[in-house]
Design a protein around this ligand. Structure first.
Ligand SMILES: [Zn+2]
Length: 311
């Protein structure tokens, strides 16, 4: 076999088969966990399939090769396309047919824009984390975290807007506190220690509290609407719970590194926790978007009564 072909073939483990030959563009090779630079050593249960030491151009090119980041990159690239087309569909058909007001258009634009930003920041990080410069990799990681905050904001805006549709005081209170919360997280992300191992727990705590804060307006909303017997609560509360269930399971996969910790080396390319986290984030945003459409239609059909506007 000519030397050039030998050079560009890499054998990977997929499932229990040890040797799947994969053609890799010249200049890109895959490394094992032991071979990669320290700043890439995040997950010892992913033992092979790492890209590393690449200039920007080859990082971009590597989108077309099978590495342990391929599913991470494409899941959120497809997620971006999903939310982009949902936006086009909302603006062209869903909102006009629901008799949406200008406010509705603004709220949906903000929500879907946030989701798209979140997806693109994530794609950027997973594409460029293999950059030869650690600084570049860190910058993309910071952007990935910022993108998650933006995604959370994209959930809050339509959620709070339609939940407190008939109560502009509390709507403003919750929108402003959420915004303040997200800005505080952004401020923390600029801190030089933010991306270090020491702050790992603090990072998780911050994201959990920003996401968990939503429990407060949710309970308040149940109370304002007359408790669990009221019709609107019966319709929407389960949807909110499902949202938190998806978010919690996504986060659990993310932090626990399950399932690959039980099958080290076997889920390098497919089925690893970070991939499940990515898919669940897309599912969660999609679920929340559908819920927002649902509650908007409900609100248009059932205008605010005096009871709820004074609640
Ligand atoms: Zn990711």
């Amino acid at each position: 076999m000519p030397q050039s072909i030998l050079k560009s073939t890499h054998y990977i483990e997929l499932g229990s088969y040890q040797y799947w030959p994969v053609l890799v563009p010249r200049g890109i090779r895959l490394y094992t966990y032991e071979q990669i630079p320290v700043f890439l050593k995040e997950n010892p249960y992913i033992t092979d399939g790492y890209r590393a030491h690449l200039p920007s151009k080859l990082c971009l090119k590597s989108i077309f090769i099978l590495s342990n980041e391929t599913v991470n990159i494409w899941s959120h690239l497809l997620g971006f396309l999903l939310f982009f087309s949902l936006g086009v569909n909302d603006m062209a058909t869903v909102l006009p047919s629901a008799g949406a007001s200008r406010e509705d258009y603004v709220i949906y634009s903000i929500g879907l824009f946030c989701f798209q930003v979140c997806m693109l920041c994530s794609v950027g990080y997973h594409l460029f984390c293999c950059h030869r410069s650690e600084k570049t990799c860190r910058r993309w990681l910071a952007l990935d975290y910022a993108g998650i905050s933006v995604g959370i904001l994209g959930c809050y805006v339509p959620g709070v807007f339609y939940a407190f549709y008939c109560n502009s005081f509390w709507r403003q209170v919750y929108l402003l506190t959420v915004l303040a919360f997200i800005l505080a997280v952004f401020a923390a992300q600029i801190h030089p220690l933010y991306l270090t191992q020491q702050w790992k727990k603090l990072r998780s705590v911050m994201f959990c509290s920003v996401a968990g804060y939503g429990i407060i307006p949710a309970c308040h909303w149940v109370w304002l609407n007359g408790g669990f017997d009221s019709e609107i609560v019966k319709v929407f509360f389960p949807r909110v719970m499902i949202m938190y269930l998806i978010a919690a399971s996504a986060f659990l996969f993310y932090v626990s590194k399950i399932p690959e910790r039980y099958f080290p080396g076997q889920l390098n390319y497919l089925g690893a926790s970070h991939q499940l986290w990515h898919v669940l984030v897309v599912v969660m945003f999609y679920w929340w978007h559908q819920t927002a459409i649902y509650i908007m239609k409900y609100r248009h059909n059932q205008p605010c009564t005096d009871y709820s506007s004074h609640g």
